[in-house]
Ligand binder design. Structure first.
Ligand code: G3H
Ligand code: 13P
Ligand code: ZN
Length: 321
């Protein structure tokens, strides 16, 4: 069942984090739904601009609708990941999305505010919520001085002002993570003190953590042992740190790279071990199972496992939260 992102956040805030996973194809969607039903966890399906272009908007929607029928127990929201203004409007007008992300974080503050404000107005008129981004999330090279690194993190006072000026419903904050498999170099880390400062200025307001893949060393080693060429220094977020971030207001945790690593490992090992095979269903089915197991594991780390009955009860009680 598709629900609003706002409803999921209302239940989750301070208690657990909602895993937000990008999907691109049928196998990924099957593993995502199967894993979350198995874990009894709510979730957010994320669709990026790249996925809309690659699989096609209609195909992605059809895959989700099919999964919805196949897994009637599942409770989830559908979200546009890293949208520009135009794509946000397309998704808002389509009526299929629970929420959109407008990512104008590369713009100067005033521009980011103006663009986000326009998207919020249009989204709220349709009952859709908006995630915005403030701060510079991308990878920070090792040679950049510590002061400058900190300057790229989200400024707590600016965050408060930004939320007041835009009316956005949640905020992606730069707290030391970056996208992809190569996140941390040198003494880089998650800046919990920064999250705490932001929460102090925005109590009860959902904060979003992008770039949250953990890039397990074992996964990278298995991929390389099966013919891959990933840099063995690849590093991600320690998934045990989610538990520290949840009471600080982190309500949605974005994970994509880790799922790509599962896909790559399963397929590389399959074709290494079965060089005679050319039936794509075999590695596909192995991936669905591995991805579902991966989702169960992540749900445990995010503390969303086992919360489905709580979510169901809260959906019937608007005062809950
Ligand atoms: O943060 C971006 C996500 O990992 C989606 O990646 O734009 O290649 O679909 P994508
Ligand atoms: P990862 O690259 O760490 O999986 O981050 C995904 C993300 O933030 C999607 O918006
Ligand atoms: Zn992201």
């Amino acid at each position: 069942m598709i629900v609003t992102t706002a409803d999921l956040f209302r239940v989750a805030y301070g208690r657990f984090a909602i895993g937000a996973y990008n999907i691109n194809n049928m196998e990924q969607a099957l593993g995502l739904f199967r894993g979350h039903v198995q874990a009894q966890a709510p979730f957010i399906i994320q669709i990026s601009k790249g996925a809309r272009k690659s699989a096609g908007v209609k195909m992605l929607e059809a895959i989700i609708r099919a999964c919805d029928e196949m897994f009637p127990e599942a409770i989830y929201a559908v979200h546009l990941d890293h949208g520009d203004e135009q794509t946000c409007y397309e998704c808002i007008d389509s009526g299929f999305y629970s929420s959109v992300m407008i990512d104008a974080s590369h713009e100067p503050f005033e521009q980011n505010v103006a663009i986000t404000r326009r998207v919020v107005e249009r989204a709220h008129a349709r009952g859709i919520s908006v995630e915005a981004e403030l701060g510079m999330l991308g990878g920070v090279e090792e040679h950049v001085a510590v002061d400058e690194k900190h300057a790229r993190l989200t400024d707590p006072d600016e965050a408060k002002l930004f939320v007041e000026l835009t009316g956005c419903d949640s905020l992606a904050v730069a707290i030391g993570t970056s996208h992809g498999a190569y996140k941390f170099k040198g003494e880089q880390r998650l800046h919990f003190e920064r999250i705490a400062e932001i929460q102090k200025r925005l109590p009860g307001f959902p904060l979003i953590m992008h770039g949250s893949s953990s890039v397990p060393r074992e996964e990278v080693e298995r991929i390389n042992a099966a013919g891959g060429k990933l840099d063995p220094s690849a590093r991600g977020v320690d998934e045990d740190e989610f538990a520290r971030a949840i009471p600080l207001g982190v309500t949605k945790v974005n994970i994509d790279t880790d799922g790509r690593l599962v896909w790559t490992r399963v397929h590389r090992e399959h074709f290494r071990d079965h060089p005679e095979n050319f039936d794509f269903r075999k590695p596909g089915e192995a991936f669905v199972k591995a991805y579902a197991d991966f989702i169960v594991h992540k749900s445990q780390k995010l503390k969303s496992a086992g919360t489905l009955s709580l979510v169901r009860a809260a959906l019937l009680n608007p005062a809950y939260g």
